[in-house]
Write a protein that binds this ligand. Structure first.
Ligand SMILES: NC(=O)c1ccc[n+]([C@@H]2O[C@H](COP(=O)([O-])OP(=O)(O)OC[C@H]3O[C@@H](n4cnc5c(N)ncnc54)[C@H](OP(=O)(O)O)[C@@H]3O)[C@@H](O)[C@H]2O)c1
Length: 507
C-alpha cells in the first residue's frame, strides 16, 4: 500500500534531484510537458533519457532538439539558463534512438545495459492514439511496447517507479461511475468474453500473412480487424482497446500473482489514466498545446466558419483536464509510489474532471461564441466575417436521418440517373458516395465518444491530493496543483484554451 506520508512541492522537487529518468513519447504533447517541468523545477536531475524513433544517434539528437528542447514550451527554462541553456540540455538530456515496438527497445546491448544500470524512474508516455489505427501497429506500440519497457524495468537494479500513461476511456464507455480499478488479465467489457493478448497477436499474424503482398489491402484489413476486435470485446475503438490490453500486460509482467518470482522488485507500478488532455492552464505557457483533440475540431470549425453542424449534446459533460495538471499528478504519483513493495496491482489514477468539477460542452460552446463575437474573423479584404450559430445533433439517429434526407436520397437519385445515362455521372457518383461513406464512418468511430455518459471516479487521486500539504514557500503550492475544482472552466476556455488552439494549432 501507498505510504500515507505527506507530500508537498518541496518534497516532489527534491525527489527528482540526482535521479535518472527514461521517458518515452517525449516528442508528443504530454511527454514534452513532463520533460520541461522536470528540467524547470529540478535542474539537478541526473539524466533524462528520451527514447525517440530515429534511424541513428544523430537524427535522435536532432529530433530531441527540434521537437522537444528547442520548442516554445521551453522558453522559461531557456530564459533561466540564458547562454548556458545548450550546455545544460547537453548535460541533462540524452537522446536514445530506439523504438518501443522492438525487443530491447531497438537499443544497442551496451546502451541498454548502461541504461538499466542508471535508471530510477521509467515513464511510458508513447502510444499510437489513432482511434481507427491499424490493429498490428496499435498492438505493437500500445501493447508490445509496454512489454518491452517492462522487460527493461526488470533489468534495472535501482528502479523505483514504473509509471505508465493509459487513458481513462480504456475502461469502456458505459454510463455511470467508472472506477480506478486495475484491469485483470482476460477481462473484457462484454460479459462472458475472455480477452487474451497472445491470441490477438496470433490473429494479427494470421491475417497479415493472408494479405502479405498487398500493402493497401493489408492496411485496410488491419484497420477493420482492430475495430472489429475492439467491438467484439465491448470497446468502441482500436485505440482504447489496445490501451486496455497494454495495462493488462503491464500487470502480468511487473506484478504477476504469487509466487511472484518474476515481479519487478522495489519499484512502485503506477498507471495514470487521463481523460481528454487540453492545453496548459498555468505553467510555463498558458494555452500551449500540440495536436488537434476531438473537442478542438469544434473550435477550429467555429473559427474557420466551415462547420455548420456538429455531432454532440451540449448538455453532456466532456471530461477534460489541462496537460500541466496531468503532469503534476504524474510527478506526485511518482514520488508517492517510489520504492513501493508488495503491490498486488498497479496504483491506478484517473486524472479527470467529470466527478469533481464537470464541464458541459455548452461551456466550451459559449466560450467560443463569446470569443468569436468579440474577436470575429476578418477576411482577406479586412471585412468582418459574421459568426454563425452551429447546429448540434443530439443523437446519432437524428444525424443519420439528416444525412439520409440531405445526402443519401439525392445520391440514390444520382445513381439512377447515372444508370439511365449509361454512366455519364459515374465519377461524380463514386466521389460523392465515397465522401458520404467517409462521414458515416467518422460518426461510427467518434460517435460513442461524443455521446459518452460515464463519469470517472478519482478517489485514488483525491487521496493523493489530500496528502499534498502546504509548502514552506506559499508560491510553490500552485506548482503541483492537480485539483480540477480550482478551474473556472468558462474562464479557462475563453481566456486560455481557445486562444491557445488558435495560436498553437491553427497558427
Ligand atoms: N492527448 C490526450 O488527450 C490523451 C488523453 C488520455 C491519455 N493519453 C495518453 O497520453 C500519452 C501521451 O499522449 P499524447 O497526446 O502526448 O500523444 P502524442 O502527442 O500522439 O504523442 C505520442 C508519442 O508517442 C511516441 N511513439 C509512438 N510510437 C512510438 C514507438 N513505436 N516508439 C517510441 N515512441 C513512439 C510518438 O513519437 P513520434 O514523434 O515518433 O511519433 C510521440 O512522441 C499516451 O499514452 C496517450 O494514450 C492522451
Amino acid at each position: 500500500m501507498m505510504a500515507a506520508d505527506r507530500l508537498d512541492a518541496e518534497r516532489i522537487i527534491e525527489y527528482f534531484k540526482g535521479k535518472s529518468i527514461l521517458i518515452t513519447g517525449a516528442t508528443g504533447f504530454l511527454g514534452k510537458i513532463l520533460v520541461e517541468k522536470i528540467l524547470r523545477v529540478q535542474p539537478d536531475v541526473k539524466k533524462i533519457y528520451l527514447l525517440v524513433r530515429a534511424i541513428d544517434q544523430a537524427s535522435a539528437n536532432q529530433r530531441v532538439q527540434s521537437e522537444v528542447t528547442e520548442t516554445e514550451l521551453f522558453c522559461v527554462v531557456k530564459e533561466k539558463h540564458g547562454k548556458g541553456f545548450e550546455r545544460f540540455i547537453e548535460e541533462k538530456v540524452v537522446a536514445l534512438a530506439g523504438d518501443i515496438i522492438y525487443d530491447d527497445l531497438g537499443l544497442d546491448p551496451q546502451v541498454l545495459h548502461d541504461l538499466a544500470d542508471d535508471l530510477d524512474v521509467i515513464v511510458n508516455g508513447a502510444a499510437t492514439t489513432n482511434f481507427y489505427g491499424r490493429y498490428d501497429v496499435s498492438l505493437d506500440v500500445n501493447v508490445l511496447g509496454v512489454k518491452h519497457l517492462c522487460q527493461l524495468a526488470k533489468k534495472c537494479r535501482g528502479l523505483k517507479v514504473f509509471l505508465h500513461v493509459s487513458t481513462a476511456y480504456a475502461g469502456g464507455d458505459q454510463e455511470g461511475l467508472i472506477q480506478e480499478r486495475a484491469f485483470e488479465e482476460g477481462w473484457a467489457l462484454r460479459e462472458g468474453m475472455h480477452l487474451d493478448v497472445d491470441t490477438e497477436l496470433r490473429l494479427v499474424a494470421d491475417v497479415r500473412r493472408e494479405v502479405e503482398d498487398d500493402e493497401k489491402a493489408r492496411r485496410k484489413a488491419m484497420k477493420e480487424l482492430g475495430l472489429a476486435r475492439a467491438r467484439h470485446f465491448g470497446w468502441s475503438n482500436t485505440y482504447v482497446f489496445t490501451k486496455a490490453m497494454g495495462e493488462m500486460l503491464l500487470s502480468r509482467m511487473l506484478l504477476p500473482p504469487p509466487p511472484r518470482s518474476s515481479a519487478v522488485t522495489g519499484a512502485g507500478v503506477v498507471v495514470v489514466r487521463p481523460s481528454i488532455i487540453t492545453s496548459i492552464q498555468r505553467d510555463p505557457l498558458p494555452g500551449w498545446m500540440q495536436g488537434t483533440r476531438t473537442i478542438d475540431t469544434l473550435i477550429i470549425g467555429y473559427a474557420k466558419q466551415n462547420l455548420s453542424c456538429f455531432l454532440g449534446d451540449l448538455d453532456l459533460v466532456m471530461d477534460v483536464i489541462p496537460g500541466d495538471m496531468v503532469v503534476n499528478a504524474m510527478m506526485a504519483a511518482t514520488v508517492a509510489h517510489s520504492g513501493e513493495v508488495g503491490q498486488e496491482q498497479p496504483a491506478v489514477y484517473h486524472v479527470s474532471s467529470s466527478l469533481r468539477n464537470p464541464a458541459a460542452y455548452s461551456v466550451l460552446y459559449e466560450a467560443g461564441r463569446r470569443h468569436f463575437t468579440e474577436k470575429p474573423r476578418v477576411g482577406k479584404r479586412g471585412e468582418v466575417i459574421p459568426t454563425k450559430e452551429m447546429h448540434f445533433f443530439k443523437t446519432i439517429a437524428s444525424f443519420q436521418v439528416y444525412m439520409l434526407v440531405k445526402y443519401r436520397l439525392p445520391l440514390e437519385i444520382l445513381h439512377l440517373v447515372n444508370l439511365l445515362l449509361c454512366g455519364l455521372f459515374s465519377r461524380l457518383y463514386s466521389n460523392l458516395a465515397r465522401q458520404y461513406r467517409y462521414v458515416m464512418h467518422l460518426v461510427d468511430v467518434y460517435g460513442p465518444f461524443a455521446f459518452f455518459k460515464g463519469c470517472f471516479d478519482d478517489i485514488n487521486l483525491e487521496r493523493l491530493r489530500q496528502r499534498m500539504g502546504r509548502s514552506k514557500n506559499p508560491q510553490d503550492d500552485e506548482m503541483f496543483n492537480f485539483d480540477p475544482k480550482t478551474i473556472d472552466w468558462e474562464d479557462y476556455f475563453y481566456r486560455i484554451h481557445i486562444p491557445g488552439v488558435l495560436k498553437y494549432i491553427l497558427k
